[in-house]
Structures are given as structure tokens and as C-alpha cells.
Design a protein around this ligand. Structure first.
Ligand code: BDR
Ligand code: CA
Length: 313
């Protein structure tokens, strides 16, 4: 059983990743959620994290509020895709749950120190909290079992020709995290997530399944899907953060390869992840494993059957 902390900025696909991870309780023990300014502002993403946990009855999972601003950069939200409420305009609010008093960065440092080598930190948003934890405690990176990151890309970006949103939002944080000496970093970038588009037909299946959670996912993905079509002429809904949850449940979904990754922090290429596969550049030391291929069929089996097992055909 992998013990995970999910650092997240919900966010339509973050919400889907959380719902999937909660349902995989036989594989994953979610210790906590920590929130970070990203798709929309920190107050909204934190409310969304609480609402999503309420929706799936996971009231036992504590939520810690994190950074409200990237390190040394102005914010650039993704509300065009995620809606101003971050969840595609459904406008839900938490009714029962509240955040913990302790700030997220303090919690991360404390939990890692109390359980050295046991906790996996899953980063589904900008890396601000993780970078602040590294700054606060030089032993933090060594205390974490591994980082599993949605972010970056080997080829091409979604915020600029070269930068992916999570790295673009806080390039300085991403750069510091990649240099911090974590024992293992798994980077799931756009090259891998570009293979998991939920087609319109698959999305309609969620409506037909008809549970509160499947209907919720159907609703929050509407704007996200429509905007992708309007802006990029790509049909379907890219499941970036859920792919990370899927990989944690079934590691065979991704093929990984050793790489040395550096993040550009300034200029026109800010947020770009420069990926050197070390089998091609053996003189460089690998600092992470990047996802180079995705078994999308296997991912969608996990996505649907973990959450809605009664609909197995
Ligand atoms: C990432 O950016 C965000 O908008 C998504 O939630 C995901 O984490 C994809 O680039
Ligand atoms: Ca996210």
C-alpha cells in the first residue's frame, strides 16, 4: 500500500484524480491533500478540494492550505479551461469540512520528518509547496520516498510552444525541486498525458452510469472539453492529473525512462523542461524518470472500473 500526499490545485482534472485515488483505497492510502495556487486562486482551489472530498465521503482526509502565489512571478491562472470556480462552473461549496490550521508547507516538512522514506508526494499542480518545503528543511527531499509529478513535457507545451502549465506557473519552484536531490522523481508530462483523451462518447457514458460521482465528472468536464475544441480543435478531454492517479494504482500504465531534466526559469522559454534521456547522454546524471509511453486502454480500464465496478460489461 503506497502512502501518498496529494498536492493539488483543483481544477477539473485534479478533482477527477482525487476521486479516482480515493476509490483505490486498496492500493493507495491518502494521508492528506495540500493545496496550491494554480488553475485558480488558493481560496477557490482549497474550497474545491474540500468539496470533492465531501462529495465522495472522504471526510477523514485532512486538507492543508498551501502557497497563494508562485515564487517570484505573477500568477497566470487557467480559468479559461477550468472556469472561474475551477470546476467548470458547477459552483459547489464545502458544507461540512474545513482546512487544518497548520500551513501545508509546515505539514509537509513535519510529516516527511516523522515518517522518513515512507511518504510519496504526488504533485498535480505547480511545485511551489514542494520547493518551499525544500527551502524550509534541507532534509525534506531525503525524507520523501518519491515524487510523482504531473508536469512538463519532452516535446511541446500547452502554455507556450515549449512550456506546460504546472511548470510555467512556477518555473523557479520546478527548477529547485528538480535540483533538490529527491531519491526518485517520476515526471508524467504532456507526451504521456496526450494519449489519454476521454472522447465525447466516453464522457457520455459517465452520464449514463448515473451515479452522483459519474454525473459530477460529466458536468465538470463540459467546459474543459468545449474549450479544447474551440481553441485547439482537439476533440475530447485530456486527463492529465488522472493519469498520475492511474499510474499509482497500476504502474504498468506508463513506460518510464531515465532522464536528466532541467527547467528554464526565465525568458521566452520559461517553464520549459529540457529533457536529456541519459541513454543518449550518458555523461549526464539522471535526476528523474520520465513517462515516454502510455497504455491508454489500460488506463481507461482503471479509470472506469475502479470507480464504477458495477458497470463492467
Ligand atoms: C496541468 O495543468 C493544469 O491545468 C491541469 O490541472 C494539469 O495539472 C496540465 O498541463
Ligand atoms: Ca492540476
Amino acid at each position: 500500500m503506497e502512502r501518498i500526499i496529494i498536492d493539488t490545485d483543483p481544477g477539473v482534472d485534479d478533482a477527477m484524480a482525487i476521486l479516482l485515488a480515493v476509490k483505490a483505497a486498496d492500493r493507495l492510502k491518502i494521508e492528506a491533500l495540500t493545496t496550491v495556487d494554480g488553475n485558480v486562486g488558493i481560496r477557490q482551489v482549497t474550497d474545491n478540494a474540500l468539496s470533492v472530498l465531501e462529495l465522495c465521503g472522504a471526510d477523514h482526509i485532512p486538507v492543508y492550505r498551501g502557497a497563494d502565489h508562485p515564487l517570484g512571478k505573477d500568477v497566470a491562472y487557467s480559468d479559461d479551461f477550468h472556469g472561474s470556480d475551477g470546476l467548470g462552473g458547477v459552483n459547489i461549496r464545502p458544507e461540512r469540512l474545513k482546512t487544518m490550521e497548520e500551513p501545508a508547507v509546515d505539514y509537509l516538512v513535519r510529516a516527511a520528518a516523522e515518517h522518513p522514506g515512507e511518504l510519496t508526494l504526488v504533485l498535480l499542480g505547480p511545485m511551489t509547496n514542494a520547493a518551499l518545503a525544500v527551502r524550509k528543511d534541507p532534509g525534506f527531499a531525503k525524507n520523501i520516498r518519491r515524487l510523482v509529478v504531473m508536469g512538463g513535457a519532452e516535446h511541446g507545451g500547452n502554455m507556450s510552444p515549449v512550456a506546460e502549465f504546472n511548470f510555467f506557473h512556477d518555473p523557479q519552484a520546478a527548477s529547485e525541486v528538480f535540483q533538490a536531490g529527491f531519491k526518485e522523481i517520476v515526471m508524467v508530462g504532456l507526451d504521456a498525458t496526450g494519449k489519454v483523451y476521454m472522447t465525447p462518447a466516453m464522457r457520455e457514458l459517465l452520464y449514463l452510469i448515473g451515479t452522483p460521482i459519474s454525473r459530477f465528472i460529466h458536468k465538470i468536464t463540459r467546459r474543459y472539453t468545449d474549450r479544447r475544441w474551440e481553441i485547439n480543435r482537439v476533440m475530447g478531454c485530456q486527463l492529465c492529473d488522472p493519469l498520475v492517479a492511474g499510474y499509482l494504482i497500476d504502474p504498468g500504465i506508463l513506460t518510464l525512462e531515465d532522464a536528466h531534466v532541467e527547467i528554464e526559469t526565465q525568458g521566452r522559454c520559461e517553464g520549459m523542461s529540457v529533457v536529456y534521456r541519459t541513454k543518449r547522454y550518458p555523461e549526464l546524471q539522471a535526476n528523474c524518470k520520465i513517462a515516454v509511453d502510455t497504455d491508454s486502454r489500460r488506463f481507461f480500464d482503471v479509470f472506469y472500473l475502479t470507480q464504477f465496478p458495477e458497470y463492467r460489461t
